[in-house]
Design a protein around this ligand. Structure first.
Ligand SMILES: Cc1cc2nc3c(=O)[nH]c(=O)nc-3n(C[C@H](O)[C@H](O)[C@H](O)COP(=O)(O)OP(=O)(O)OC[C@H]3O[C@@H](n4cnc5c(N)ncnc54)[C@H](O)[C@@H]3O)c2cc1C
Length: 557
């Protein structure tokens, strides 16, 4: 007899699962239950309709219940919330309008997504304090802007959605203040890389309140005052984007195993602790691909792939989900920030447990050959294992070709590559697109220089703990130095260094820097081959220092 598969949730994971199931099994009975009024909508596109970049609302509706039914012969039911699961009798209770009914299943797939976190703070229930997770949320926000004439906004939270909304609220004509509890936005980035985004946000008119914790929201006239531990900002609309949590209550209530991070526990075949129930997407705890630790990583790519894979496994294909590595990208005005793998914070926290000692390199290449017009600067931070050069993570920011470089490294990580492999990768090249040595190759060369012992480096964050006898040696030209330098540094341009070695004390430690690290590498090699023993190159050079050492927080008004 044809099996009956009931799917809870009709967007990324749920709809992918339903479509794949049908393609694999024309006979299966498939019922897709969606609590909201829409299925298969583009969650990731919502901020861009608020900002008017995606002009037509209907472009966000990738499938309607009717089109999905027609193409895939799936029994799609919207406004249908599953309120309980009876595992013994293999049925779910569905609430639709004022009625409730039971729906039986042979196999159940849970893809209920995640829930935006609303902190338990006074005033958080004000109608002007909003979250963005689905089309009705977006419609409410647009109504406040258009019909309510909102002019000012506070975005609380500097993750993906917070940043995308800050940009799009600004595009919609609002004055925006971004409040973030941490001292940086985008926690996947390390601080000095996040500072590039801070500068860009500030340059684009976003007021930043970093390192500030929201204490309460107070309704004031038609608006809301957001009170932090450092300031009070009144706005017409507050967008809360302080994180999400797995929507696992339904699973928990029927006794499925829930992990320490609140996600539904699944095995590598995406089966829950009940062999007749699969779970996919934001609601599950999978493994971090690199650490093998359990992790909740709410992203659309993994959700879609898991949905497809669950369908494969329901059809007996035994496909293993190998973990999520968190490859992601965000557009912030005309800048792109992308990353994958582990950052320094994670490596510091997990390094001992994983028995990994890591190193980093920071480079600032151009997106393509300098002689071809339109090349744009980018910053890449590569993290790799000291022991064997295994690539552990990458963070990149810039204006062109950023995500392409991160995707290359993401692929390299998937296949267990080392920095030596990055050096050798043959990537497509012509001047309008790249350089004969692609930025990914250059990151590999820089890492190899460190691992082979040619020149060690020091990161921006390590500068604060320098040995007392350290000399900061700036090897840029005097003209460059006039534009700014690290306080207390000594300037000897690289091209005159050989002739001026006598001015330097060999017994001292040296941190050598130039604009980006290339001339400093040459200078460090000169020093090391002339009897200087403690010489390190500043990762990312003065470019990283200049951006990372500033404070971009707006003063309270
Ligand atoms: C504004 C925004 C921007 C985003 N941008 C990106 C991005 O750029 N890149 C990226 O990788 N990810 C992005 N994401 C995250 C991405 O959308 C999610 O990771 C992905 O949609 C998760 O898929 P899912 O199937 O687990 O859950 P969802 O796609 O959220 O679908 C879950 C569905 O289940 C329904 N549901 C829940 N409980 C029940 C129930 N009891 N009964 C019936 N139905 C139920 C919900 O109504 C919901 O429609 C973004 C998300 C948002 C909101």
């Amino acid at each position: 007899m044809a099996k009956k598969v009931v799917i809870v949730g009709g967007v990324a994971g749920g709809a992918s699962c339903a479509a794949r199931l049908r393609r694999l099994d024309e006979a299966a009975q498939i019922v897709m239950l969606e609590k909201g009024p829409y299925i298969s909508f583009a969650n990731c596109g919502l901020p861009y309709h608020v900002g008017g970049v995606i002009e037509r609302r209907d472009r966000l509706l990738l499938q309607t219940p009717e089109s999905f039914r027609e193409r895939f012969n799936v029994d799609v039911r919207v406004d249908s919330e599953v309120i309980s699961i009876d595992r013994q009798n293999k049925s779910v209770t569905v609430r639709h309008g004022g009625t409730e009914y039971q729906e039986s299943y042979d196999v159940l797939v849970l893809s209920p997504g995640s829930i935006p976190v609303v902190p338990d703070l006074p005033g958080a229930d004000s109608p002007r304090v909003m979250t963005l997770w689905n089309i009705p949320d977006m419609d409410r926000i647009i109504a406040v802007i258009k019909d309510g004439g909102a002019r000012t906004a506070v975005v609380a939270g500097g993750g993906f959605i917070g940043l995308e909304m800050a940009e799009n609220l600004k595009r919609a004509g609002l004055s925006v203040t971004l409040v973030e509890m941490l001292d940086q936005v985008m926690p996947s980035l390390d601080f000095e890389m996040a500072q590039i985004l801070h500068k860009h946000l500030a340059d684009n008119g976003i007021k930043l309140a970093l390192g500030e914790r929201v204490k309460r929201f107070e309704e004031t006239g038609g608006g809301v005052t957001v009170v932090t531990d450092k300031r009070a900002v009144t706005a017409d609309i507050v967008l809360l984007a302080v994180g999400v949590k797995p929507n696992s209550e339904l699973a928990k209530a029927c006794g499925l195993e829930i992990g320490a991070r609140g996600g539904i526990v699944v095995d590598e075949y995406l089966r829950t602790s009940d062999e007749n129930i699969y779970a996919v997407g934001d609601a599950v705890e999978t493994e971090n691909y690199l650490t093998r630790e359990r992790a909740v990583i709410p992203l659309a790519g993994p959700a879609n792939k898991m949905g497809r894979m669950a369908a494969d496994n329901i059809c007996g294909m035994n496909r293993r989900y190998k973990g999520t590595q968190g490859a992601s990208v965000v557009k912030v005005f005309d800048m792109t920030a992308a990353f994958t793998g582990l950052n320094e914070r994670q490596l510091t926290a997990l390094g001992k447990k994983l028995n990994v000692d890591y190193k980093v390199t920071v480079i600032h290449p151009l997106s393509h050959a300098g002689y071809y017009p339109g090349g744009m600067p980018m910053s890449i931070k590569l993290l790799f294992a000291k022991q064997d050069g295994k690539v552990l993570g990458v963070q990149a920011l810039g204006y062109k070709g950023v995500e392409k470089r991160v995707d290359v490294v993401a692929t390299a990580i998937r296949f267990g590559a080392t920095v030596y492999d990055l050096e050798e990768l043959e990537l497509c090249y012509a001047p309008p697109y790249s350089s004969a040595k692609d930025p990914v190759n250059i990151a590999g060369f820089a890492a190899e220089n460190i691992l082979s012992g040619l020149v060690d480096n020091i990161t921006f964050s390590e500068l604060k703990d320098l040995p007392a006898d350290t000399v900061l040696l700036d090897v840029r030209t005097p003209t460059e130095v006039k534009m700014g330098a690290i306080p207390g540094s000594v300037n000897i341009p690289v091209d005159s260094l050989r002739g001026r070695l006598g001015e330097l004390d060999k017994s001292k430690a040296y941190v050598v820097y130039c604009a980006v690290g290339v001339r400093a590498h040459i200078a460090a090699r000169i020093l090391l081959q002339n009897g200087f023993e403690r010489v390190r190159n500043l990762a990312g050079g003065y470019t990283t220092y200049r951006i990372a050492s500033r404070d971009y927080t707006s003063p309270p008004e």
